[in-house]
Each structure stands twice: as C-alpha cells, then as structure tokens.
Design a binder for this molecule. Structure first.
Ligand SMILES: Cc1cc2nc3c(=O)[nH]c(=O)nc-3n(C[C@H](O)[C@H](O)[C@H](O)COP(=O)(O)OP(=O)(O)OC[C@H]3O[C@@H](n4cnc5c(N)ncnc54)[C@H](O)[C@@H]3O)c2cc1C
Length: 387
C-alpha cells in the first residue's frame, strides 16, 4: 500500500489544479487519471484570459490557438444577432488547444512535487478511520493507495460523487461536437452561438474557430438526439461547411443543473463537473472548475499542514457558487421562451446584458431593463428582480 496525504481522482482542469495546489502547500499528493492522455474529453475549448490568470499559467502561443474578438449570439430566425466584443468587456478570449493547456497544468503540478499517474482508473474507495483506501489499476496492474484526503475531480459521471455525495437535480445537456477542416469562415476571430428550438432544443449550437478553416462545431440539446441536430445544423450552413471534412468526433454530457448541495464530506471534497460547477447558461466549465480545483487543493494542503477545516473550500468558492445559481436562474427563464420571443429579446438585449445573464451577474440591472418591455416584464423581469 502506497501512502499519500492527498489523492486526487481525475486529470481535467479541476484535478490538475487541485493536485498542484495541495502539493504546493506541502502535501504528499498523487493524481490518478484513467485515460492514457490528458484532454481527450469533448470540449469547445473557448476560455477567457481570466481563466488563464486564475490558473496561474503564463499565456503561451502553444496553447492559445486563436484570439477571440467577438462572440455573436444568433436569434432563432438567424436574422437578428447580438455581438459581444471582448475589448468592450475589457477582457480577452481564446480558443485553446486544451490538451496542450492541460499538459502545462500537469507540468506545474509536477514541479510542485505532485505525482501524476496516467492510465490509472480509480476503481473503488473505502473510508477508513483515519483516511481513505483507494483501489486503482495502473496500466492494468492493481494498485492500492492510502490517503488522508480524497478529492473527486472525475467529471460528470464521477464515481466519487455517486458513492459519497447526493446529486439530486443533476441535469445534463447531451453534447456532440465535430472538429472540421477546410471550412470557409468569414472571421476566424468570431465565436458564434445559435439559439432556438428548431436549431437546438433546450440548448444551442456553436462554432468556435481554431483558424479561418478549422472549427469546433458542436451542439448541446435536451430530450432529442444531439448528433441528428448537429448534422442538420452543418447541412443548413453550406456557405461554411460545403467541402469541409470532420476529423474528430466527440460527445459528452455537460451538467447544467447547478452546483450540487454538498461538496465536502468527511475527509473528501468534490470539484468541477463532478460537483455541477458549470455556468448553466453557457455550459462553460473550464474556469469554474479551475477555480474550484485550486481552492480545494489549497484547503486540502492547509488541512494536512495546519489543520484547516475542509469547510473552508465552499466558503472560499461562495462567489462562484452564487454565479452558478444566478446563471441557472437566467437559464430557467430563457428556456421557457418560444423562438419568436427569443427573436424579440434579441432586439432588446445588448452584449453586456447577455454576458451578465450568462455569468449570473447584475441580474437586477437586466431585470430593470426588461421591465420596460411589456412582453418580458411579467415573464422575465420580475423573476430577475426577485433575487
Ligand atoms: C462538448 C463540450 C464542449 C464544451 N466546451 C466548453 C468550452 O468551450 N469552454 C468551457 O469553459 N467549457 C466547456 N465545456 C465544459 C468543460 O469541458 C468542463 O466543464 C471541464 O472540462 C470540467 O473539468 P473537470 O476537471 O471537472 O472534469 P473533466 O474535464 O471531465 O475531467 C475529468 C477527468 O477525470 C477522469 N476520470 C473519470 N473517472 C475517473 C476514474 N475513475 N479514475 C481516474 N480518472 C477518472 C476523466 O478521464 C477526465 O480526464 C464543454 C463540455 C463539453 C462536453
């Protein structure tokens, strides 16, 4: 049996941050990743520069694949749209090479002394009087580990969460994504999202370009097959996709039901998708998972070294928890609207309003604005003004 202070399960953004921060605080840390390579999970790969800052990573061209100047949200009729200009937000966005970015996080975790074990699925977890016994398979061979603190960062289908946490309300959107080449984009620095029940029931379709000719095109839907709608979306845009080819096919669910109620147990923490820490309106979860992993790792390290209480983790994450719950509120309101109401809404909201709704910030400001529009006053404004 190999002994550690902290055992992290999962080598996504949350797990790599957690392992690094726990090790940085002096805890003997191991991260178990079941896959043989980092970053194999489906992802649109769009992030803000503040994600990179919060990850404590120097921006490098090897993972910042494409700068984003504008995020265009198309109304269902595809005639109206709202542009969100990153410069106006005083921020910057990027489409990254996520696998390269995760390797950078792994590099930093290793530098702090964390051990990373690839091709090592964690199979079972047993609570002991003074910590945990974790059974894993390392390249096919049984591995038994003991640890004082267990951090579950094992994604949306987390076995840690299933065994030790309650995840009622754990709603997911099914996502399907193609990486396509030889596309004909007009502006490689523009991300696009397409809304509407016809296009993507209870979700949206996206195009996140890597450059002028290569794009992550994907879709999230609920209650209908995502791939069927993605193929329909691609076919409906021959001006971009005629002559293009799919070179990668990926699918995965995204949790959009908000953060789970408890993220701390006896000697155990839950982070990232496993804990529903995704911005529900956008389905973006890299930033929120990185911050969660970072805080969980710090708290775990401090618990080992200084006896800090593990409940510090949700306390330090509370501003993000609030953003997630506000964004869920906005999602619930918007998904009730018909396509024609969404078309109208596109004439009322600005890019700033969309960003605020998506991130669950300044909901009262957006609510006050909608109060002036009779059609939305009752359905949207009052609910936004409540909280
Ligand atoms: C199609 C799609 C597009 C998306 N696009 C974006 C986007 O553009 N921007 C954005 O911000 N977010 C996006 N997201 C969401 C984002 O990918 C996730 O929120 C984020 O990756 C969550 O990080 P995580 O570390 O919690 O989990 P994950 O990234 O899922 O990592 C979990 C890791 O745990 C490993 N694992 C699972 N079980 C075990 C086990 N038993 N033992 C060992 N290892 C295990 C998995 O192999 C995986 O590597 C997208 C998601 C999808 C599905």
């Amino acid at each position: 049996m190999r002994e550690f202070d902290v055992i992290v399960v999962g080598g996504g953004p949350a797990g790599l941050m957690a392992a690094r921060k726990a090790a940085e605080r002096g805890a003997k840390t191991i991260l178990l990743e079941r896959e043989y390579a980092l970053g194999t999970k489906a992802c649109g790969e769009a992030i803000s520069i503040s994600t990179i800052k919060d990850a404590g990573v120097k921006p490098k061209s090897k993972f910042l694949r494409n700068r984003v100047d504008v995020f265009r949200v198309h109304a269902p009729d595809e005639e109206k749209y709202i542009d969100i200009h990153t410069k106006k937000l005083g921020s910057a966005g990027y489409v990254i090479e996520k696998a390269v970015f995760l390797r950078e996080l792994a590099h930093l975790a290793s530098r702090e002394g964390a051990r990373i074990s690839m091709g090592t699925p964690a199979i079972d977890f047993e609570k002991k009087a003074n910590g945990w016994k974790v059974l894993a398979k390392e390249s096919g061979k049984s591995l038994v580990l003991s640890g004082k603190i267990l951090i579950g960062c094992d994604g949306v289908n987390s076995s840690v969460a299933k065994k030790f946490f309650r995840r009622e309300r754990f709603a997911v959107v099914s996502c399907f994504q193609y990486r396509m080449v030889n596309c004909k984009l007009q502006n490689p620095h523009m991300l696009e999202a397409y809304l509407g029940r016809e296009v993507a029931p209870l979700g949206y379709a996206w195009m996140f370009p890597k450059d002028l000719e290569e794009v992550n095109v994907g879709i999230g839907t609920r209650g209908v097959p995502a791939r069927y709608y993605l193929d329909r979306f691609v076919k409906s845009h021959p001006e971009i996709f005629e002559g293009a080819n799919v070179v990668e096919i990926q699918a995965a669910p995204v949790p959009v039901g908000g953060e789970v109620r408890e993220v701390v147990g006896d000697g155990i923490l839950l982070c990232g998708d496993a804990a529903g820490q995704v911005i529900p309106l956008t389905g973006g979860g890299i930033h929120s998972s990185i911050v969660a992993g970072k805080i969980a790792g710090e708290v775990a390290g401090e618990a080992i070294e200084e006896g800090v209480d593990l409940d510090e983790y949700p306390k330090r994450y509370s501003s993000w928890s609030k953003r997630i719950s506000n964004s869920l509120k906005a999602l619930r309101l918007i998904e009730r609207l018909s396509d024609s109401e969404l078309n109208q809404l596109a004439g009322v909201l600005t890019g700033e309003d969309i960003v605020d709704l998506a991130n669950g910030m300044n909901l009262r400001r957006v609510g006050k604005k909608l109060l002036r529009h009779p059609r939305f006053a009752v359905r949207l404004a009052r609910s936004l003004l409540k909280g």
